[in-house]
Design a protein. Structure first.
Length: 94
């Protein structure tokens, strides 16, 4: 019996697909680990953001009782800058 070239071709195809499958599996595992790590970082960032939002809201509430903190809040953009009423009512160009 002669060796059929189709058998050799199928074995080569099987070897190529096996290597490709192993590489794909490794990439999937690596990306899954990276995804889990990044999700942990996003969770930590969201917790810090929520904490900062709570702090800013508490400080804004405090500024209602003690307005001397307003310049600090204005410098970080947590509160709009205080405008002078006379300057706002002045007509433009005069």
């Amino acid at each position: 019996m002669k060796n059929s070239p189709i058998t050799t071709l199928l074995l080569v195809a099987l070897a190529v697909l096996s290597v490709w499958s192993a590489i794909s599996c490794g990439r999937y595992i690596w990306r899954s680990r990276e995804l889990r790590r990044l999700q942990g970082e996003v969770g930590a960032i969201n917790q810090r953001r929520a904490g900062m939002n709570m702090l800013v809201s508490d400080v804004l509430e405090y500024s209602k009782k003690n307005p001397s903190i307003d310049p600090i809040l204005e410098s970080i953009g947590a509160k709009p800058a205080h405008t002078n009423g006379a300057a706002a009512s002045k007509p433009a160009g005069k």
